[in-house]
Design a protein. Structure first.
Length: 211
């Protein structure tokens, strides 16, 4: 389970829990950083690598649920595994609805924690890869001329070259030239692939749902 390119952050005011979880993870070659409080955690910078957070839900300075909410509000996406000695069903439901990976009641099995950590790290790794791919697409789209961007958006809406030409008042052949250049710059091998790229970039807003 060793993964030197990722890290697990542990926040718990119980020193025994911090020590035992730290020992467990280090014994498996997993990088771990422990914090005695949420305020201590907030003073640190999030690592720039796949990360997950093991978080006690009841803390003296602030609750784990509050931290989960704050991270979501500030768009700091990090998978969270809640641990608690005093959990209840409403707490667990609230935590899971907000996207928690797992809600474990102390004392929990080491394997249950490890399984949750593996899932959390895998999700964060996938998110980071997706973010990287999205940044590349944005850079490519930014290299297009204003006309090429306009035509890509029309293509994403399902408009044909003839329709695009009519919509913006240029020749169909000119539309095809701009579209071809846009595909080369976006590195799209087909129109469906260009459409998928446009979807990822959210170039076309979702149609409003009918009530």
């Amino acid at each position: 389970m060793s993964d030197a390119t990722s890290i697990v952050l542990v926040i718990d005011d119980d020193p025994d829990v911090r020590a035992s979880v730290g020992r467990l993870l280090r014994s498996l070659g997993i990088n771990v950083q422990v914090f005695a409080s949420i305020s201590e955690f907030c003073k640190s910078d999030l690592p720039d690598c796949p990360t997950c957070l093991v978080l006690d839900i009841r803390m003296p300075d602030q609750s784990g649920l509050d931290l989960q909410h704050e991270l979501a509000v500030t768009n700091r996406e990090i998978p969270i595994i809640f641990i608690t000695g005093h959990g209840d069903i409403p707490m667990s439901v609230q935590a899971m609805k907000r996207g928690a990976i797992e809600f474990l009641t102390k004392p929990f099995r080491d394997q249950d924690l490890l399984d949750a950590i593996q899932l959390g790290l895998a999700r964060d790794r996938a998110r980071r890869e997706n973010d990287k791919d999205l940044a590349v697409l944005r850079q490519r789209f930014g290299s297009l001329s204003p006309r090429e961007r306009e035509i890509v958006i029309h293509v994403a809406r399902g408009r044909l070259s003839k329709q695009i030409a009519h919509d913006i008042g240029i020749a169909e052949a000119t539309v095809k030239v701009h579209r071809s250049r846009a595909m080369q710059k976006m590195q799209a091998s087909s129109l469906p692939e260009l459409g998928r790229m446009a979807d990822k970039l959210k170039l076309v807003p979702d149609a409003p749902r009918r009530s």
